[in-house]
Design a protein around this ligand. Structure first.
Ligand SMILES: [Zn+2]
Ligand SMILES: [Zn+2]
Length: 277
């Protein structure tokens, strides 16, 4: 791949819990994990179950340097981290980033809790790579590598979550998941700022409109709200994400068709999908 442009690869697009099986073979069942390539830089968004396969894909790639950005600490976004092989390779460097949300606990403390008995047998000290833990505040502007800008904003989710916008050589990518749209029909200014003119914007489309009426306040959104936000923000490609595990392939087909009719070019994220911009 040329050094300019970005590549987005989906390793997991489900919310809540992995849902493998015959009913989800086409859209996939892994939870949140997205690879973003910006020239030589590897960025990863969330460490859901999909990060395990991402790690395997890097096994023969030589020394790995990865910046992993977490939206928040709900299990569907971190449960794959103990299985991310590059973190165990002594030649690799892994930078973990997360916003301090409504907890006083640091990123390292929270992950160390997950990776400790009786929840998990392998402690976080077993990571053999050069792993560092970078806490920030949602709203901070990060520049993990020269010319690679990562803007962050708080999202509307129980316990908080952080959305991201990456800019690289004139391309931009937004990662907006685990957020609820404003209930009064207005647009969330944080979401609009992240998505403004983005070439690709990933958006939390957990629920259909009908389901949303039941799950109002759970901190998730709908594809229709995603279309509204993307239209207002002038997004290039809207990529629907964080699919409810109960949405089997047939349900996802209907959502894909409806969303494409409402905003032509809208895509449903599926495991293995690759976009270049
Ligand atoms: Zn989630
Ligand atoms: Zn969540």
């Amino acid at each position: 791949m040329a050094d300019d442009g970005i590549l987005v690869r989906i390793w997991g697009a489900r919310g809540s819990v992995p849902c493998p099986g015959p009913k989800t073979v086409r859209y996939g069942g892994e939870t949140a994990c997205v690879e973003l390539r910006c020239g030589p830089h590897l960025l990863v968004f969330d460490g859901g179950s999909g990060i395990r396969e991402l790690g395997r894909s890097l096994e023969n790639a030589g020394p790995v340097e990865a910046d992993v950005f977490l939206t928040h600490f709900h299990l569907d976004h971190i449960l794959g981290l103990p299985f991310f092989k590059p973190a165990y390779g002594p030649d690799n460097r892994v930078h973990l980033h997360a916003a301090r949300l409504d907890s006083s606990l640091s990123l390292k403390t929270i992950l160390a809790r997950m990776m400790s008995p009786p929840l998990f047998p392998v402690p976080i000290d077993m990571y053999r790579a050069d792993v560092d833990f970078r806490d920030f505040v949602a709203g901070d502007r990060l520049e993990p590598h020269p010319g690679l800008v990562v803007e962050t904003r708080p999202l509307d989710h129980p316990g908080g979550a952080c959305g991201y916008r990456v800019t690289w050589q004139g391309r931009s990518f937004a990662y907006v998941t685990d957020t609820e749209h404003p209930r009064d029909g207005s647009l969330d200014p944080n979401v609009q700022a992240l998505m403004a003119g983005a070439d690709v914007a990933i958006y939390d489309a957990t629920f259909t409109d009908d389901e949303y009426e039941v799950y109002r306040g759970w901190g998730h959104s709908t594809w229709r709200a995603g279309v509204r936000a993307a239209d207002a923000a002038g997004v290039g490609t809207l990529l629907l994400f964080h699919h409810d595990p109960s949405h089997d392939d047939a349900a996802m087909d209907r959502i894909a068709a409806d969303a494409d009719a409402a905003r032509p070019g809208t895509l449903v994220a599926t495991d293995g999908m690759v976009l270049r911009r």
